[in-house]
Design a protein around this ligand. Structure first.
Ligand code: HEC
Ligand code: HEC
Ligand code: HEC
Ligand code: HEC
Ligand code: HEC
Ligand code: HEC
Length: 496
């Protein structure tokens, strides 16, 4: 005696319920594995919350689909009268069907609400963004883990709150999954991101302009190429990071640009926003000034074709989380921390060459870096290798660690592809605008005064630096005949 209406007994519905049952069981098992922490695989989430539920829904849809087909077939053979569906609760088969339908639907609603919530959480998780597409996202993910934002989730900067950006992110996310599957992505990934949410809507969730006050100390020790000939050089400066509070009226400081009363708009003629021929600044009183680069050859008609971008946080902080440091900077900082031993002969240059040699893969680099450094030391300083094994090993380990954090040959990522707009030493950064070459019609020059953004309070050889709390004129550590006054720092300081 059949327990369901006849047309439910057909191969399609049967296969459908089979699929649904098996995938339901799998989801439950995987879900428990995930919750109980049996496995750390990032793929588990994709299967548990995305792929298998989709299969389950497919199976469930097959059941009524099969039933409809079967009904048509039976009707063709004259076994069913032509009428609309009648539910008669006095019929035991109908009763069972209604009961199964109600229970399963209720179960589904509950499970899919929980599932949707999990799927949502999962698609926003750092795990999903950073680990699933591990080759593609490796550079961003690794750099992120070593950044000040290592505990801020990817979605908090890349999506933020609200439904509209959530939907936009999922649409572009679907395209990204496609481009990874069919190998259509650029290596390295292009920057800046074309449709990044305006930074003021994301960054300001945590850092709002009113908290930008005072100064921030930047203290550095720089190691010379040959530590046996000259001594390290110290620079301590106060960065004037204030300027955000409009309540205080006209304020000064670096975050002046972000004071909501001031608006800076600019035109960049290159994709990475490094060449800026036109800048417009509007202050508290609504007074507008237009600065043009005296070096530009771009005509007004050409300028009009470009986007006039309103400056926001990422025009300076374009690397808040994915920072690929130039080798010189990381080597120097590791020497200051004595992770790379500054007394090893010629170690700064050796480390620099070891890092910037061409490697095809990370494995190859990590294999060749130690042998390169040892070989060089053996040829030029054989007894060092014998007598100071520990110092050599420690330094090599650090060079390899620097490589792992900052170089990604599979994605062709190095500091060179991603200019950092904070500062001006290795990239143009602030000097894209503050270069002494942007002038208004009245002849006002956009400032390049070394004391506008910071004051140097200490500088000189580390054993005997000069100090002055009121600030002092910059002394370039190497004798370059005052060239730093005329040439941007980054045209000599390439980071190597
Ligand atoms: C503190 C905010 C922040 C966090 C957290 C963050 N990002 Fe970013 N991300 C940015 C900014 C800003 C850019 C550069 C935007 C630009 O210049 O257009 C960027 C750029 C990128 C790019 C484009 C390539 C590049 O380097 O410019 C990728 C890919 C990316 N992020 C992935 C991730 C992933 C994956 C995570 C989490 C593991 C993450 N991001 C976390 C702010 C963040
Ligand atoms: C969810 C909160 C959150 C968001 C969103 C966020 N940050 Fe942060 N940010 C932090 C935390 C936490 C720190 C570390 C605090 C500290 O070091 O004092 C930090 C530190 C920083 C620092 C100091 C870094 C340093 O070297 O000390 C900068 C600059 C910064 N954030 C810029 C940004 C920018 C730009 C954005 C938007 C793209 C952003 N943040 C978005 C929480 C956030
Ligand atoms: C897109 C061009 C642009 C970039 C890039 C830029 N600035 Fe500015 N900056 C301006 C303009 C325009 C003014 C306002 C000048 C005026 O009209 O008074 C300004 C003013 C300033 C002031 C003076 C504010 C005051 O009146 O006290 C400081 C300090 C400053 N910028 C620091 C920086 C720093 C630091 C960087 C790099 C991290 C930077 N700027 C990058 C365009 C820029
Ligand atoms: C004109 C360039 C510029 C703009 C625009 C800008 N910043 Fe900054 N910001 C700086 C510089 C330069 C520093 C100091 C250097 C550093 O910390 O690396 C700094 C420092 C910070 C710090 C660290 C402060 C501390 O006490 O350590 C935070 C947080 C920050 N900025 C957030 C933001 C946010 C959020 C925005 C957008 C509302 C923004 N900034 C816009 C240039 C800028
Ligand atoms: C428009 C603002 C601005 C102007 C003008 C400016 N600087 Fe800077 N400078 C910065 C910022 C911002 C940093 C910090 C970057 C960082 O956080 O690493 C910096 C860093 C430095 C450093 C430390 C270098 C490093 O990266 O280790 C030196 C030295 C320096 N500046 C010298 C000068 C000299 C000399 C001048 C005048 C020719 C000058 N600056 C003009 C904004 C400015
Ligand atoms: C004409 C080329 C040139 C220009 C322009 C230049 N530098 Fe240098 N700089 C050098 C050379 C060469 C050295 C010494 C070689 C070395 O130790 O790397 C040096 C050394 C330094 C050092 C000591 C640590 C180091 O990197 O070796 C600092 C800090 C520095 N320069 C900052 C600046 C700043 C800031 C500017 C811009 C205001 C600037 N330089 C402009 C060529 C230049």
């Amino acid at each position: 005696m059949p327990r369901l209406p006849k047309n439910f007994y057909n191969p399609v519905s049967l296969i459908g319920s089979g699929i649904a049952l098996v995938s339901f069981g799998t989801v439950i098992i995987f879900f428990l594995m995930d919750v109980l922490g049996y496995t750390q695989s990032p793929y588990l989430g994709i299967f548990t919350y995305m792929i298998i539920p989709a299969v389950m829904v497919f199976g469930l849809l097959l059941i009524p689909f099969g039933a409809i087909l079967e009904r048509r077939r039976l009707r063709k053979h004259g076994n069913v009268p032509r009428r609309y569906l009648v539910v008669d609760l006095n019929e035991p088969t109908h009763r069972t069907a209604v009961m199964i339908f109600t229970v399963v639907t209720m179960l589904l609603v509950v499970v899919s609400a929980a599932g949707t919530y999990q799927a949502y959480n999962y698609s926003e998780s750092v795990e999903f963004c950073g680990e699933v597409c591990h080759v593609v996202m490796e550079p961003e993910y690794v750099a992120y883990q070593h950044s000040p934002h290592a505990r801020v989730s990817c979605a908090e900067c890349h999506i933020g709150g609200g439904a509209d950006w959530f939907v936009k992110a999922k649409i572009s996310g679907a395209y990204q999954v496609y481009s990874v599957m069919f190998d259509k992505f650029a290596r390295p990934i292009e920057t800046p991101i074309a449709n990044l949410r305006p930074a003021r809507e994301t960054c300001e969730e945590c850092h709002w302009p009113n908290v930008f006050t005072g100064v921030k100390e930047l203290a550095k020790v720089y190691y010379p190429i040959d530590t046996t000939e000259s001594e390290p050089w110290t620079i301590v400066m106060n960065l004037k990071i204030g300027g955000g509070q409009s309540e205080l009226g006209p304020t000064t400081g670096i975050h002046w640009h972000m004071n909501t009363a001031n608006v800076v708009r600019y035109v960049a003629t290159d994709q990475k926003r490094q060449v800026i021929p036109w800048i417009e600044s509007t202050d508290l009183t609504g007074k507008t000034k237009i600065y043009r680069s005296i070096e530009t050859t771009v005509e007004d008609a050409e300028l009009a074709k470009h986007e006039k971008r309103t400056m926001d946080c990422i025009d300076c902080h374009n690397r808040p989380s994915h920072i690929y440091y130039p080798p010189f900077r990381t080597i120097n900082d590791a020497m200051a921390l004595n992770r790379i031993d500054s007394t090893l002969p010629n170690i700064r240059a050796l480390a620099s060459v070891a890092l910037t040699n061409e490697y095809r893969t990370k494995e190859e680099a990590l294999r060749l870096i130690p042998s390169f450094v040892r070989r060089e030391l053996r040829t030029h300083a054989p007894n060092v290798l014998r007598t100071r094994t520990n110092d050599v090993d420690r330094s090599i380990r650090e060079i390899m660690a620097i490589y792992t954090r900052n170089f990604f040959p599979e994605m062709k990522v190095t500091w060179q592809h991603y200019p950092n707009n904070i500062g001006h030493t290795y990239d143009l950064g602030c000097f894209r605008c503050h270069d002494n070459k942007h002038v208004t019609e009245d002849g006002e020059v956009l400032t390049n005064d070394c004391n506008v953004c910071h004051t140097i309070v200490e500088q000189g050889p580390t054993s005997n630096p000069q100090q002055n709390i009121r600030g002092m004129e910059f002394v370039h550590p190497a004798d370059i005949d005052g060239a730093w006054r005329d040439v941007p720092c980054s045209s000599c300081h390439l980071g190597i």
